[in-house]
Design a protein around this ligand. Structure first.
Ligand code: ASP
Length: 358
């Protein structure tokens, strides 16, 4: 973690000619006198926009700026809600909506394509105060799946709804429905074509099963989005939204809608959102495992996040990362991939945005 912060500091220093980067350490928020500060309850927010082989040499300056600007817009949306006394749940939802509505991320508008050339979206949200949770999987017509996950949490007795049933529930709840064409983006469609080509040339035609687990295909999922927040009332919440993995088949569902794997929040410990190779995150119960290490073993958030992301998941053969905020406002942004789109913002308005690793 210390190393990560160093990277951020360096990043901020190198980037002083650039408006989004200038805000890596943001001085926009008016200075609050220190006595006054002590009376403001702690709050904070942290987001990710996916982890993977994100390398500076593969990124144009203009694309990098677009990512940073969108991460900044998203996190400031949630931060403002929290600063005005809004709930962590609302901050998580609205922050994720900003990223879902951008084609840059693999969630909502920018969702990746399945093997059949469709888009199947997954999302989940959890309330750390009540341990209530809602999730949807494999939806094809929901503009903002995180909003539907929220409706499942508050307006149904269920936790996880899938496919057509989830879409029927969305209609009943008045959630915004779109034509599946809404999710068409040229960039993502090209990714599908590329992977299909690779599949054809690199694999035995009769061995399609292993194709799904081949290492180069695991890198076909970038840009899942997630948010974790602590509000002024001490409540934690987390949410995750994704299009899953490019070229997924058989109605594959990843970790994002699985409570305990992709998302977990508990006021006693921490709120976590995951991103990475979903199969391993489900098997590792990543988000809950971090909470459990804190609850039962007394680990700090930093220690727990490192244990799970740097040891447990790589030992299983998976990769990815998490963002998390604990009940005291400590934040973790841990990943074992080359990069992870990420940002965090604390009570005092200090903002840090990062993309690459060390
Ligand atoms: N975890 C997501 C999934 O496996 C993908 C990602 O986070 O990039 O569906």
């Amino acid at each position: 973690m210390k190393k990560l912060l160093l990277v951020f500091a360096l990043f901020g220093t190198l980037a002083c000619n650039n408006s989004a980067e200038e805000n890596s350490v943001n001085s926009e928020t008016p200075e609050v006198a220190s006595e006054e500060k002590d009376t403001i309850p702690n709050f904070g927010i942290v987001i990710h926009g996916g982890a993977g082989t994100i390398l500076k040499e593969n990124m144009s300056d203009s694309l990098e700026q677009q990512y940073k600007a969108k991460l900044e817009e998203a996190i400031k949306t949630g931060h403002e809600i929290l600063a005005n006394g809004g709930t962590a749940l609302e901050a998580v939802q609205r922050t994720i909506n900003v990223m879902e509505n951008s084609p840059l991320f693999n969630a909502g508008k920018g969702a990746v394509f399945t093997n059949e050339g469709t888009n199947e979206l997954d999302a989940s949200i959890m309330d750390g105060a009540t341990l209530n949770a809602g999730a949807v999987a494999g939806v094809t017509t929901i503009k903002n799946p995180i909003n539907l996950a929220y409706e499942v949490m508050v307006n149904s007795e269920h936790v996880l709804l899938a496919g057509k049933g989830a879409e029927k529930f969305a209609e009943e709840q008045g959630i915004e429905i779109v034509d599946p064409q809404y999710f068409y983006t040229e960039e993502r469609y090209k990714s599908l074509q590329r992977i299909r080509e690779q599949e054809k040339t690199q694999l035995d035609h009769d061995d399609q099963k292993t194709a799904f687990l081949d290492p180069y295909i695991k890198d076909s999922k970038f840009g899942t989005v997630g948010c974790a927040a602590l509000d002024k009332n001490g409540n934690l919440a987390a949410g995750t939204s994704t299009g899953g993995m490019t070229n997924k088949r058989y109605n594959r569902i990843g970790d994002a809608p699985i409570i305990g794997a992709g998302t977990y929040a508990n006021n006693k410990t921490v709120a976590v959102s995951s991103t990475g190779w979903g199969e391993f995150f489900i098997r590792g119960m990543v988000a809950y495992d971090i909470s459990a290490l804190m609850e039962y073993k007394g680990l700090s958030l930093e220690e727990a996040a490192r244990e799970v992301i740097q040891k447990k998941i790589p030992a299983l053969g998976g990769d990815g990362g998490i963002i998390a905020i604990d009940h005291e406002g400590n934040v973790a942004m841990e990943f074992n991939t080359a990069g992870m789109y990420r940002a965090k913002m604390n009570r005092d308005g200090e903002l840090e945005i990062g993309i690459y690793g060390e």
